[in-house]
Ligand binder design. Structure first.
Ligand code: FES
Ligand code: FES
Length: 209
């Protein structure tokens, strides 16, 4: 049996050292060596996105990367998304808007969506659907996931009287100041998103993004 390899890496700002087999995948090392079980192993073939993490600023499927390749690299996982007890706005939205059911896909979708909003803070529905096409969910039918990504900071999106256009939003709904600010930059959006056909999935190879 091949000797184990010593790996040093940074995950969510904390340094980790572990021993792994040369053929061990990063998702396996995250879950079993570093005990960070947020990333899920769904397909092991780069198709479902449940294992999504960010390595040196690039969104990747951690089932397609060897743990030894993470040596000296910086990794961001779902465990680093909330700041203490304060959820990231995307996480709050997923809770408020029922963007998840069983939650197997959710960590990967949140990690991927955060990367999309870093690159494009004002994505269209089509852009969100295209970006998340490599993240499969068996439960929700995607619409609630898309809505959760569309309105960070706004927890009242489903309330009667709410509109994504702040000028039409009923004062009774009392959106948070963050939500009003968000709505001001998105005056064109309707609270009833149009259904857009799901685009052809581009495939998730590490170099695709
Ligand atoms: S487990 Fe990695 S893409 Fe499905
Ligand atoms: S919530 Fe179950 S797979 Fe997405």
């Amino acid at each position: 049996m091949a000797k184990k390899v010593h790996v040093t890496t940074t995950v969510n700002g904390d340094e980790y050292e572990f021993l792994c087999h040369p053929g061990q995948t990063l998702v396996d090392a995250l879950r079993n060596e570093m005990k960070l079980t947020g990333a899920k192993e769904g397909c092991s073939t780069g198709d479902c996105g449940a294992c999504s993490v960010v390595v040196d600023g690039r969104l990747i499927c951690s089932c397609l990367m060897l743990a030894v390749e993470a040596d000296g690299k910086s990794i961001d996982t779902i465990e680093g998304m909330a700041q203490g007890d304060t959820l990231h706005p995307l996480q709050s939205n997923f809770l408020e808007l029922n963007g998840l059911q069983c939650g197997i896909c959710t960590p990967g979708i949140l990690v991927a969506a955060r990367e999309l909003l870093k690159k494009n803070p004002d994505p269209t529905e089509t852009e969100i659907r295209f970006w998340l096409a490599g993240n499969l969910c068996r439960c929700t039918g995607y619409d609630k996931i898309i809505r959760s990504v569309q309105a960070p900071g706004c927890s009242k999106i489903n309330s009667p009287g709410h509109s994504l256009n702040s000028r039409r939003c009923s004062p009774a709904v009392r959106c948070s100041p963050d939500a009003w600010a968000w709505n001001r930059i998105h005056p064109q959006r309707s609270s009833q998103p149009r259904r857009i056909p799901f685009p052809r999935r581009p495939g998730r190879i590490p170099d695709a993004r």
